[in-house]
Design a protein around this ligand. Structure first.
Ligand code: NAP
Length: 300
């Protein structure tokens, strides 16, 4: 019997990509998909035949209903959360609902980020990122198995938008820290991550995924390789700025997003991205290549 898989936040940036691959797996009979959504969520993208269930994980909202949530998670083997940043803390209510389920094999919390360390958490603006770790600790204390998905930086949030993560494709600029020219950064497209998560689910028994950490890295270019690729994309070399210690320290203080950009540059140029768990090579998605990936953002 195919495993039952629930997706929460199917309209989000990560969630909408997961949805596409989950729908294909459902169509192929590899999983039975359920969509769990807020009462106001747009469900136009959900084809007929896929069961949709309303949930409300916001505990201080007037219509919070723990029983509704408990019913919504019944029968689910794999619960995938792609909760938005503003919704991350509400995943506590997901855990509370899942703690009553006898059929859950694993919960995939909304992570899809770089692996942060205690050194990173010494920066106040990164302490909030620690909530993702605290949620996993809470799951453990409730005996809820988890599967953690760690990834490289996602181009959509890395190539040129605030925060400054070192690669500004549109403006053809790079800002490096430390030895970034010769050291590798890590990147993973939304397609690669989504294909990878669904590949994991459809090639393993759900129970085999429990209490594991997986990492998806699609590209691992050095700073020099980024310079070369940007030179091809724009027909001229990028402007290169080398961040001073002071500039990086200031960036950490600006905002949570800027702190993530600063920490990414720090890891790239100095300490690396070592991550516990298993690094997965996604076979079901053919990467378009770094140059083509950069090109997508050259005019955005
Ligand atoms: N590694 C990276 O570079 C990277 C980059 C970005 C995100 N991430 C991570 O990926 C995960 C998912 O983030 P995302 O950016 O994909 O999400 P997102 O795009 O921000 O999700 C947006 C959707 O969330 C729902 N939503 C909006 N505001 C909400 C609120 N206040 N409460 C509850 N739901 C709300 C809405 O859907 P409905 O109206 O349909 O409910 C909206 O369409 C997060 O853990 C995030 O940290 C990682």
């Amino acid at each position: 019997m195919a495993p039952t898989v629930a997706l929460y936040n199917h309209n989000g940036m990560v969630g909408s990509h997961l949805l596409r691959y989950l729908l294909a797996a459902h169509e192929a009979g590899l999983i039975i998909l359920y969509i769990l959504h807020r009462s106001g969520s747009n469900i136009d993208a959900i084809p007929q035949g896929i069961e949709t269930r309303v949930v409300n994980f916001v505990k201080d909202s007037p219509n919070f209903d723990a029983e509704l949530n408990r019913r919504a998670v019944q029968g689910i083997n794999v619960f995938i959360s792609a909760a938005a940043k503003a919704d991350l803390v509400n995943q506590v209510a997901i855990l509370e609902a899942l703690s009553t389920s006898t059929e859950l094999a694993t919960f995939i919390p909304s992570e899809y980020g770089i692996y942060w360390t205690e050194e990173d958490y010494t920066h106040d603006n990164l302490k909030l990122a620690k909530f993702k770790d605290q949620l996993v600790d809470l799951a453990k204390s409730l005996n809820i198995p988890t599967t953690i998905i760690k990834v490289g930086s996602i181009p959509e949030t890395t190539f040129g938008k605030v925060p400054d993560s070192g690669i500004n494709v549109k403006e053809n600029k790079v800002s490096f820290y430390g030895d970034a020219r010769t050291r590798k950064t890590i990147l993973a497209s939304l397609e690669y991550i989504a294909a990878g998560v669904i590949e994991l689910i459809t090639t393993h028994k759900p129970s085999e995924l429990a209490n594991k950490i997986y990492q998806f890295i699609e590209y691992e270019p050095t700073g020099e390789e980024i310079i070369q690729a940007l030179t091809v994309v724009h027909g001229r070399p990028p402007l290169i700025h080398i961040n001073t210690e002071e500039e990086l320290a200031e960036q950490y203080l600006k905002s949570i997003q800027e702190a993530i950009g600063a920490a990414t540059k720090y890891k790239w140029g100095k300490v690396g991205f070592e991550t516990p768990g298993e690094r997965v090579t996604v076979k079901s998605y053919i990467s378009i290549g770094l140059e083509a990936e950069l090109k997508r953002f050259a005019t955005k």
